[in-house]
Design a protein around this ligand. Sequence first.
Ligand SMILES: Cc1ncc(C[n+]2csc(CCOP(=O)(O)OP(=O)(O)O)c2C)c(N)n1
Ligand code: SF4
Length: 308
Amino acid sequence: MRLKLKDLPEENIFSSGHTACAGCGAAMAVRNIAKVLGKEVIIYVPASCLSVFNGLFPNCAWTVPYHHTVFENTGAAISGLSRAMKRKGLDDVTVVGIAGDGGTADIGLQALSGAAERNEDVIYICYDNEAYMNTGVQRSGSTPHGASTTTTPVGKLTKGNQDFKKDVPLIMMAHGVPYVATASASFPLDLINKVKKAKETKGFRYLQVYAPCVPGWRYEQSKTVEVGKLAVECGMWFLLECENGRLKINREPKMKNLETYLKMQGRFRHMDEKQIAELQESIERKWEFYKGYADLTQRLYSGSEASV
Ligand SMILES: Cc1ncc(C[n+]2csc(CCOP(=O)(O)OP(=O)(O)O)c2C)c(N)n1
Ligand code: SF4
């Protein structure tokens, strides 16, 4: 049965008193995710904004067991925790890793890939704020085309990030794991139902959650939800779900208002017509690709419970 927001409990395993910036999309997403996870969980967080704003020792906003070791090992750490729980006969404990996009798309990619390949019984959540925010807004593999960061600045030779965003959800789908989904802090109903589905599924589950970042994207702190909604409207972010190889598009983008989305944020404000057109073209290609992929996989894996 689908969850409604009013079904969520008052109590939260991610308590108030964390220290995220006002308007932090990652904090909004984590608060909603935590409400669905329940108490029988172990949380792992690598170096990231979350590892700082969830509290530094001896403070901790998590009221359930929480682990933190190094930046690159989320996939390996949650694999070990999950196996240890099973060895102890604690099969009901869900092990969840929550990492930033730098920790996922770049430095943690090999550990993530290994865990997915072994189909470890874990949930891996990447909150995607599209750069290394904790250390001062450096570009990550998840940074979109054109975005200005401290390592892809706007200058005479280049104007922001020259590369295009790495599609980690697609890489995860190619691993053939049971569940891959994208979600957004701005669509809480969609988000909580994907977390619920992930929780009810066995094996490796991957969620990537779009998480606007006020200082890194440079918009007004009251606009987080609006920025996230516009991203889905214009196709900068797609809401998708892939179960046992079958891709479903949860919300059809309107494919409009890209300029409104870009102009709301300081990181894109320098972009000229040519750059915007390049970005628009890449979004349209991606959309065609997903539509085709969804059609194909719905036919290929129809009725199948096996992973690809
Ligand atoms: C091996 C290693 N390299 C670099 C760092 C420094 N470091 C800590 S957090 C961080 C950025 C994390 O970025 P991301 O994963 O995108 O999460 P965010 O900060 O955006 O939440 C970096 C580079 C580190 N802790 N360990
Ligand atoms: S820098 Fe960005 S991701 Fe980090 S706490 Fe602030 S708003 Fe959240």
